[in-house]
Ligand binder design. Sequence first.
Ligand SMILES: *Cc1c(COP(=O)(O)O)cnc(C)c1O
Length: 381
Amino acid sequence: MIPFGKPIIGAEERAAVSTVLAGPTLTHGPTVREFEAAFATFTGAPHAIATANCMASLHLAYMAIGLGPGDEVLVPAQTHVAMAHAVAACGATPVFVDCEGRTGNVDIDALDDHVGERTRAISVVHFLGRPVDMEPVLEIARRDGLMVVEDCAIALGARTAGTHVGLLGDVGCFSFYPVKHITTGEGGMLITRRSDLAERISRQRAFGIDRGVVAERRHSAAYDVVDLGLNYRMGEVQAALGIEQLKRLPDFLARRRDNYRQLARGLSDLPGLRVLESDAEGASHYALTAILDRVPGERRSELIEELKRRGVGTSVYYPKPLPELDYYSRILRSDPGAYPEAARISYRSIAFPVGPHVEKNDVEAMIAAVREALEAVVAHA
Ligand SMILES: *Cc1c(COP(=O)(O)O)cnc(C)c1O
């Protein structure tokens, strides 16, 4: 069985975790600072702040600008629900924007159409590791004084003209959930060039406690709280994992790229399948998503079953456009059918694994399995 995602945890990770466990410090320690420094070096970020997960990073980004009731944030319709929840958790309203069908990245014209009086920020997701064309997004943001939040949860390692994603807008948010490019079990990161945001976000990550006071305090009772904050810190054990995983990342990225290209070539001449164009200059190849243009949508689950029977694990990124999720359809009452490209990806696509756990001969096996599975489904039709 080739699973969709499988973390690669080796002797180095186990040793690093053991070292932390044998030591005196499980939180507020040097390992998190070392992971932050290594992440800053890898991405070129002036500031890197480790968090509990990507959702926490997104929430902190909005808390830092005081987002609240009455405010709106543009959110891609085709992405993880964390992007909308981070906005809603501040009491603000996500305004959904359709994606472009070719790549799954946000449709820039639609983005501009949705900017209104109450808009305070734009969020984008670098879908499946393909960098969003940020220049027009930044132009809109500059014109209207909006914050730009980049969700890089599935785009670690992706760069635009040498600049790592997350550094083009105001903040970049990352996930270290097990199936992502690298993992710490649960974990996240936030990067930014802005020292004002970095300072506030570091504080709000830890109860809003004044850091200067913490550094100077002589006994534990002496601190002050200068801001509303949450406990969104990362622990030392997670950071130890992250440091070792980051060392493997260049190798992981090369393997993802090679797997993606081999698989894309193998699937390119199969009838009824269209591969989403996730391979671009600087992309980091999270998965290969194929759109079933000819297999009827309702046969997709059958195809997924046929693939599973042949040892191929797949996934769907993401299974519903956000405005069609029960929660958001109830509170926002958006028009069904208003996000046709996001819906096409949700209801008619299958994501195939390209991670470093996938070997070259696995890719060949996957290509053969897809051909057979397609034939089986068409034969039953
Ligand atoms: C996985 C994912 C998240 C959530 O990450 P967590 O670390 O689990 O909070 C957010 N956004 C996108 C695009 C994701 O794929």
